[in-house]
Structures are given as C-alpha cells and as structure tokens.
Ligand binder design. Structure first.
Ligand SMILES: [Zn+2]
Length: 345
C-alpha cells in the first residue's frame, strides 16, 4: 500500500513547498512537468519558490500524457537526474509526471491546478497509446500540495467534472460489492467506505460546492484526494471505477464526445444506479444541482451514441465485473435504461 506522506490543502499552500521538500529530505534538483496554462498559473511560481531555496529546477511542458510525452520526460530525467518530479496542472500533466517518475524510479509531488477528477491523488494514470482506455497502476504521489487560491482560478467546468467523478463512486462501490458476492472478488471495506464517504459528502454539500467559494472547493478537493487514497488502499481503481466509468471509456473510444471525464461518468452513474436499484434520482438531482450534464444532449452526443456507449461498455473491460456484465443487456434494453432515466428522450 503506497500512501502520500504529506497532504497540504488550503489557501496559499504553494508557499509551503520548500518546507515540505525539506521535511521529505528532498534537495538539490527538481523537474517540473506542467502545461502552458498551468505553468503561468502555478508552475512558474513553484520554480521561483524552489530556486529561492537553493534547488536547481528544470521545466518540461506537455499537452497530453501520451507515450511520446512520457518518453520525452523520461529522457529529461535521465539527462538532468532530478531528485523529485512535480506534476503541476490538471489531470494529464499530473498523469505524465506520475508515469515518467515511476518509469525512472523517482518520487513525484502532485500540485493540482484544477479539480477535474480523482487522478490528482491516485496511484493510477491513463496513458494514450497503450491500447487501454482505462487507467493503469503506477505510483502514489509522495505529497499532494493543493492551493485553493490556484484552484479557484480554474474554469468552473473542471469542478463540475470533479463532482461527477466523486458521485460516480456510489455505483463503483455497488459494482465492487456485487463482484464480491457473485465472483468472490477481494473487497476492501475500508477503501470502499472512504470512496462512499466522499460521494456522500459531495452529495450533502452540493449546494455549497455549487457556490464555488473556498469552503465548497475544499470539500470537493478533499473528496477527490480521499478517492485517490481509497485506490491506494485497495491497490486498484476498484473503489472508484465501475460500470459508469466503462460507459465513459466507451464514449472516449468512440471519439464522439468532447465532455470531461467526470461529466461522462456522472451520466453513466445515473444509468448504472438505475440498473443496480439504488437511488438514481437523488444522484441525478445532485448532478443537476452542480450543473453537471444529466443527459446525452448535455454531454454533446446523439441519443443513439449514448445507447451504443452503454452497449459497448462491458466489452471495454471484461475482467472488471459490473452490473453491465451481470445483466448482459441487449441494445433494446440499453435504450430502455437510457430512456427511463431521462438520459435520452
Ligand atoms: Zn474517474
């Protein structure tokens, strides 16, 4: 079980990076992996703070977390030999840092600039070019430093996506419980409880989160970090990813949807919850409250495409038993589910 050693959340926490480095015994050199925007918002600042404390710093800017990007970062690590990597940005920058640092056997520190999904704290990463649409196990961050002053500047849509990703833990955990009952799969109650608690907290505080102030952002941030820790405890994405994630991966694979990960998972979780017999109406109401998409139109896909994604979902990952594998729905049944939950008209 790999867990972060330090999690620092709050206003102005970037300032504490040098102090965290010292406590973790990291000095000498660091490499910052970031994007163009994230560099302006936070990367440059992190560099100044480190350099002011005698750390030599290099920066690599990436757009995606493709094999090509990751290999390029690994080459920089080989040449510069940094003691630690910083992933500064939204999901993809952190994924790129996570993968390349693990590839070269050095630790990484997660500095999220947006709350779009739980990858900001998880030991898993998704890579483009591996032929797998879902995340793979990599390594947990050594530390997470989340500055709510920085995060508050991200587009609100990323927080909406983060809410969708957290709400989807209701159906992910339900799938996991079913896999234990039907297939005798390992089930970790502690990890499952942590993921569920995060989903409940976001549901209960949807109103507060929707206001977008410090208190709401902090609740969402802590929920996303807890989900990441739940995956570290479970040693897999099981507590946080079930049939609703497979629906999202299917949409990605079809290449027809430009919505964000958590937005897709949120809509997937409405249909998964309906099939699982849990309170899908309440989940949908929460998504609606934070202004997350609740149907195909709001995701920007045609009704038929949403049905196809639901039909394809189980085939994306045959090894991950979910309600979709259990029911093995026909296209007509998928269409009924989508219609009955209001996902299609
Ligand atoms: Zn997710």
């Amino acid at each position: 079980m790999q867990l972060p050693r330090e999690v620092i959340v709050g206003k102005g926490t970037l300032q504490r990076i040098p102090e965290v480095m010292q406590r973790l015994g990291l000095e000498g050199s660091a490499l910052i992996v970031t994007g163009k925007k994230s560099n302006k918002i936070a990367g440059k600042h992190v560099r100044q703070l480190l350099e002011a404390n005698g750390v030599s710093v290099d920066i690599v800017q990436v757009d995606t977390a493709s094999i090509k990007d990751v290999t390029a970062i690994e080459e920089v690590i080989k040449a510069k030999k940094p003691n630690v990597l910083f992933g500064v940005g939204g999901g993809t920058k952190i994924d790129a840092a996570k993968l390349s640092s693990a590839g070269r056997g050095i630790p990484y520190i997660s500095v999220p600039t947006a709350l779009s999904h739980d990858g900001i704290a998880s030991p898993l990463a998704s890579v483009k070019g591996l032929g797998k649409p879902y995340s793979i196990m990599v390594q947990a961050p050594l530390a997470i430093i989340a500055d709510t002053n920085v995060i508050a500047r991200a587009p609100w849509r990323s927080a909406i996506s983060g809410c969708g990703d957290v709400i989807s833990k209701f159906t992910a955990v339900k799938d996991w419980q079913m896999a234990q009952a039907d297939k005798n799969e390992y089930y970790g109650e502690y990890a499952a409880s942590l993921a569920l608690m995060s989903a409940r907290l976001v549901m209960r505080n949807a109103n507060l989160i929707q206001r977008g102030d410090e208190e709401g952002l902090r609740i969402l941030l802590e929920a996303l970090i807890s989900c990441g820790v739940a995956m570290s405890i479970a040693g897999s994405s099981r507590p946080c990813s079930g049939s609703e994630h497979l629906f999202s991966h299917a949409l990605d694979q079809m290449g027809k949807c430009n919505a964000m990960h958590g937005e897709q998972c949120g809509v997937g979780s409405i249909m998964a919850a309906y099939l699982q017999g849990i309170n899908w109406r309440r989940m949908r109401a929460t998504l609606r409250q934070v202004k997350a998409p609740i149907n195909a139109r709001q995701l920007g896909v045609k009704d038929g495409e949403a049905v196809t994604a639901l039909e394809m979902a189980a085939k994306i990952r045959p090894d991950r038993y979910t309600i979709l594998h259990k029911l093995n729905l026909s296209r007509e049944a998928c269409e009924r589910v989508a219609r009955n939950t209001g996902v299609i008209d």
